[in-house]
Design a protein around this ligand. Structure first.
Ligand SMILES: [Zn+2]
Length: 466
């Protein structure tokens, strides 16, 4: 009997510990409800092909080197970076042909003046394709995917030796191309730009030029996804690679924050809420919606990049754009920036045989889902503010309507100040103000625009308004 009572008490205790959690998850405004999947995005992800990606990577490797300093070798030679650029351009053209000319294929060619790792004036060519938004009121909004197609070996400035660059970064270039191929079969209200840049290994020169031009011309780039080393290295015998995980790096404090903005970030604890960090979280949540986590999932790393290393997303950050870096879970340094050789039985070199095409395909799906979700969603609400004039324990958020007319409502997100990701959401109709029954001092808020089909904009954290 005593045993039975103890069992019963145990069950009641267990229920009591479970109950509040359950109520919290399903209560109004609590938890983040997952909107329905968009059938168009599901169809696009289905079309992503590991086989196609493998062919792209092997084709890029076939140019023997894509070193930026090989740009004095004519494309007709069949080797070197010009031949690679020409092939990328023709590949974009072939995707465009398959969608009735829906892509605008362009090059951004310029002479890079001498600098670190660029001994003489050097021609650089970025290649890109634009899938123009179908809604005139939203077509000026741009989401962008990029990878660098230049490569290198052990010698920084060796422009002739073999530099296969299969993982670094034919894999990222293949992601950009594959996104172009599958997404160009669909139409989105906002514009998607598919980019392949040169000059990364010599000092981010291609992306820097592109990002500066975009800033100077006033392009409205909402998001940049930089894919660099996304091959999921699968060296025989390595047991530490995680083939289901890809890392997503993002800056917390914007590179372009002014002194006044930095002051505010310090005062309010905004270190974890820059626009790039919001993009990283958004990418993770979209991935969760479209790709079973048991198959593949992003790991949000809350730092700009790996220790003392850089990438093209930083060029965009430095021009004030939200940008993240996507990189395989575990890098193998024997297969990056190495001359192809075997030493003491160890194979060095960035060869296609170490790249997992299925892994790259999953990375492409994460990218395509994020690009398509953002290009389908309303623009973020403008001028989001939290009122701080009176001392109150409730919090009133105000914003200006999402421009472009796609929004049918808004959602307020919030989380504990120490939590890494949004924990709760409350949906509102087509309003520009919401009062939350909790103190702004105790949580982090954000507002995102929504539509009736479940698309959501990037969240915007409010600035204080007196
Ligand atoms: Zn790279």
């Amino acid at each position: 009997m005593q045993k039975y009572m103890r069992f019963l008490l145990g069950v009641v205790g267990l229920l009591l510990t479970l109950l509040p959690a359950t109520a919290q998850a399903s209560g109004p405004g609590d938890g983040i409800p997952s909107p329905p999947a968009d059938p168009q995005i599901v169809a696009a992800l289905k079309a992503v092909s590991a086989h196609q990606i493998g062919q792209t990577i092997e084709k890029l490797v076939s140019f023997q080197t894509r070193h930026t300093l090989s740009s004095d070798v004519p494309a007709s030679n069949g080797k070197g970076i010009n031949a690679a650029a020409e092939w990328i351009r023709s590949e974009f053209e072939s995707y465009s042909k398959a969608c009735g000319g829906c892509l605008e294929v362009k090059t951004d060619e310029f002479i890079q003046e001498p600098g670190t790792r660029v001994p003489k004036p050097t021609k650089l060519t970025n290649v890109y394709a634009i899938l123009r938004g179908s809604d005139p009121a939203n077509a000026s909004r741009i989401v962008l995917v990029t990878g660098h197609y230049d490569s290198r070996n052990s010698e920084t400035n060796d422009a002739t030796g073999a530099s296969p660059g299969a993982n670094d970064d034919a894999s990222g270039t293949a992601v950009s191309l594959e996104c172009a191929r599958v997404l160009s079969q669909h139409r989105f209200p906002a514009t998607i730009l598919f980019l392949a840049v040169a000059g990364e290994e010599q000092g981010l020169y291609g992306s820097a030029h592109f990002a500066k031009t975009a800033r100077a011309q006033g392009w409205n780039i909402e998001a940049v996804l930089n894919n660099d080393i996304v091959g999921g290295d699968r060296t025989p015998g390595d047991t530490k690679q995680d083939p289901q995980t890809v890392r997503v790096f993002s800056e917390g404090i914007p590179a372009t924050a002014t002194e006044a903005e930095l002051k505010l970030i310090r005062a309010l604890g905004g270190e974890n809420d820059g626009a790039s960090r919001q993009l990283a979280r958004y990418l993770a949540s979209v991935s969760q919606r479209y790709i079973p986590a048991t198959q593949f999932h992003p790991l949000v790393v809350s730092r700009r990049d790996r220790y003392l290393r850089g990438g093209d997303h930083t060029s965009f950050n430095e021009q004030g754009f939200a940008a993240v870096r996507i990189t395989e879970y575990r890098e193998n340094y024997d297969h990056q920036h190495q001359n192809v050789r075997t030493e003491n039985g160890v194979e060095y070199g960035d060869l296609p045989k170490f790249v997992d095409y299925g892994y790259v395909a999953n990375v492409a799906r994460v990218n395509a889902a994020t690009l398509a979700s953002l290009a389908s969603a309303p623009a973020p609400p403008a001028k989001v503010r939290v009122l701080t004039k009176g001392l109150q324990n409730d919090s009133t958020l105000v914003w200006e309507a999402s421009p472009g007319g796609l929004a049918t409502g808004y959602q307020v997100l919030w989380r504990d100040t120490g939590a890494p990701d949004w924990e709760h959401a409350k949906a509102f109709g087509n309003v520009t103000q919401a009062t939350m029954p909790m103190s702004k001092d105790n949580v982090v808020f954000a507002v995102q625009a929504t539509d009736s089909k479940g698309h959501r904009s990037l969240p915007v954290v409010p600035m204080p308004e007196r």
